[in-house]
Design a protein around this ligand. Structure first.
Ligand SMILES: C[S@@+](CC[C@H](N)C(=O)[O-])C[C@H]1O[C@@H](n2cnc3c(N)ncnc32)[C@H](O)[C@@H]1O
Length: 263
């Protein structure tokens, strides 16, 4: 079992603080088989950036891969640490948790595969996006693969509200999640408000937590420029984790990238 502290100046990100314990309850795990497939094809070591609770990290480790998980939120890392604590020694030895900021990190090693599942949007400014991509490039072997997934800004609503089905926990409580998304098409920033409501077995509210996070609205052309400027070339482009080809109607864009020869 290993835990490290990165040498980066992590910035406080409020959007996930205090709610790490709820994250996996509402996670859509349909991306996991996709990442396992690529890991099998490309190999280890793997760098999982903005790894959150280690949702994907541990699935990869269970499949036999060595994974370093970089994450800045204490609340998310706390859940990952609990998973590490309860993992078998074989799995625990494959996972390294690093507290750090994806926009500025140096782990002094390179990886065959780098992932940033559902998280590049948290690099908000162009400067943060470029520095994140530069750090990733520095950590990729010359033959390595970087998988960048995002929801194209073109497909986002200006305003949406949603309510998810309550999840029942072993202690008899239930957790509900309500959300509101507002997209500002001018500054290309999306604000996501999430409210978690915990009820006891008699349906009384025993806890309510609200968090707000910001995410970049990433338009396709912006991402094309960012990756080309950062020294990556696209080797494949998909429209979903089930492997379908990307089209302009795809709600998701998944880029399989390699280092370009010159940069
Ligand atoms: C939507 S969650 C995805 C978590 C995980 N990748 C997954 O798919 O389950 C986004 C994660 O990005 C993390 N994050 C946001 N900004 C970050 C930064 N600058 N450096 C590292 N992690 C960051 C958040 O704390 C959160 O855990």
């Amino acid at each position: 079992m290993k835990e490290e502290k990165g040498d980066q100046n992590g910035k406080a990100r409020s959007g996930y603080e205090g709610v790490g314990r709820f994250y996996d309850l509402f996670a859509d795990n349909s991306d996991i088989p996709f990442f396992l497939k690529y890991a099998k094809k490309i190999g280890s070591p793997i760098l999982d950036i903005a790894a959150g609770t280690g949702r994907i990290t541990f699935a990869l480790a269970i499949d036999g891969h060595e994974v370093v998980a970089l994450e800045s939120s204490q609340s998310m890392l706390e859940v990952a640490k609990q998973k590490l604590k309860h993992a078998s020694p074989v799995i625990a030895n494959k996972v390294t948790l690093v507290e750090g900021d994806m926009t500025n990190f140096n782990l002094e090693r390179k990886f065959e595969l780098v992932l940033i599942p559902n998280s590049f949007v948290h690099a908000i400014t162009t400067e943060e996006q470029l520095s994140t991509l530069q750090c990733i490039r520095n950590h990729l072997t010359d033959s390595g693969v970087f998988i960048l997934d995002f929801y194209p800004g073109e497909m986002q609503y200006e305003h949406a509200e949603f309510k998810e089905n309550p999840v029942s926990l072993d202690d008899g409580t239930t957790v509900e999640r309500h959300g509101e998304i507002r997209s500002n098409m001018q500054n290309q920033i999306m604000t996501v408000k999430l409210q978690y409501i915990v009820r006891d077995s008699e349906q009384n509210i025993i806890e309510e937590v609200e968090v707000v996070s910001s995410a970049a609205l990433l338009y396709n052309k912006d991402v094309d420029h960012l990756i080309s400027f950062s020294g990556f070339v696209v080797v494949d482009e998909l429209g979903g984790f089930d492997g379908q080809s990307y089209s302009l109607e795809s709600g998701r864009r998944i880029l399989i990238l390699k280092k370009s020869k010159e940069k």
